[in-house]
Design a protein around this ligand. Structure first.
Ligand SMILES: Cc1cc2nc3c(=O)[nH]c(=O)nc-3n(C[C@H](O)[C@H](O)[C@H](O)COP(=O)(O)OP(=O)(O)OC[C@H]3O[C@@H](n4cnc5c(N)ncnc54)[C@H](O)[C@@H]3O)c2cc1C
Ligand code: FES
Length: 281
């Protein structure tokens, strides 16, 4: 059996600054041994541990999609020690990725269902992976209506602008992009927080409709009652948690909520599952 602590060596192939404040960059990695790419087979919603030699290891959601071959991508917010070192690295530098880790969004269960994606800020990364997966020509027929509500503080803080514009043009996905505020008179999408946009534009819930929600805690807090009002049951609301983690494989116990280990049993849980965990979360 492969040592689960052993990272795959990867080379930085491209770095894209995503936001106007330069706090978010997307790193495209290629595997130094091409055979490692097959071993790193992942599903949308999973994460990996990125390791920077001499600095440490951090959990980051996988932003690329399993249908995109030849590379793996992560979008990283400059938060502290490791992420700052990562932001200072250059194309050609070598580092490690360990994974894929955790569960994924429940793709088998979502087949034939309508999917509402609700994202806020830089938590949109694994939602991007999910949208690209569902829109892939081989997969699109497996899902019903796809609606996306995605919000950021300002237009310059939205991730993946080119793709948002492409999805906007398609007729098999409904995009509802919003910003908290803007001074740009040419801004043509919504202005306002995510929850009221969900309330006004998201489709009604029901047994065949699921909502996947990922974003800052305050956005989640105010969006959950709106989803309930729209008719999404607790089994049909799917969330991804970002607890503090160390090992990522269920060994150290640092990420637990009650008996659940977020790195292993999650990070994806339904609201019903979270309701059964201690209220500390
Ligand atoms: C499953 C999972 C997926 C994640 N996906 C992404 C992602 O796609 N992109 C991304 O930019 N970040 C993501 N994160 C958060 C990322 O792991 C932390 O920002 C990172 O560990 C900070 O490392 P650092 O050494 O740069 O910061 P540190 O020097 O360790 O800390 C900097 C600041 O970040 C806070 N912090 C550290 N770890 C976390 C954490 N896990 N959650 C909340 N706050 C934290 C600290 O309290 C401190 O204020 C994810 C976390 C988890 C658990
Ligand atoms: S991070 Fe070690 S048990 Fe979850």
């Amino acid at each position: 059996m492969r040592n689960p602590y052993l990272p795959y060596p990867v080379r930085i192939d491209d770095i894209k600054t995503e936001t106007e404040d330069r706090s978010l960059k997307t790193f495209k990695f290629v595997f130094i041994d091409p055979a490692d790419e097959d071993k790193f087979a992942y599903q949308a919603g999973q994460f990996a541990e990125l390791s920077v030699t001499g600095k440490g290891e951090i959990p980051i959601g996988i932003a690329s999609s399993p249908v995109e071959k030849g590379f793996v991508k992560f979008t990283v917010n400059r938060a502290g020690v490791v992420t700052t070192h990562l932001h200072n690295m250059r194309v050609g530098d070598v580092m490690g990725i360990r994974g894929p880790l955790g569960n994924s969004y429940p793709w088998k269960m979502l087949q034939g269902k309508n999917v509402l994606i609700v994202g806020g800020g830089f938590a949109f990364t694994t939602l991007r992976s999910s949208i690209v997966y569902m829109l892939d020509p081989a997969n699109r027929k497996n899902y019903g209506n796809i609606d996306v509500v995605y919000g950021a503080r300002t237009p310059g803080m939205l991730l993946y602008l080119d793709e948002l514009a492409e999805w906007e043009k398609r007729n098999d996905i409904n995009m509802h992009i919003t910003v908290d505020g803007t001074k740009d008179p040419s801004w043509k999408y919504h202005v306002g927080f995510v929850p009221p946009v969900v309330e006004e534009f998201a489709p009604k819930g029901g047994p065949d409709s699921y909502a996947i929600i990922c974003g800052p805690p305050v956005m989640i807090k105010f969006t959950l009652p709106v989803l309930e009002k729209l008719g999404y049951g607790h089994d049909n609301i799917i969330m991804s948690l970002e607890n503090r983690m160390k090992c990522g494989i269920g060994m150290c116990g640092r990420c637990n909520i009650g008996k659940e280990l977020v790195c292993k049993d999650g990070p994806v849980f339904t609201l019903s599952e979270l309701n059964r965990t201690p209220k500390e979360y």
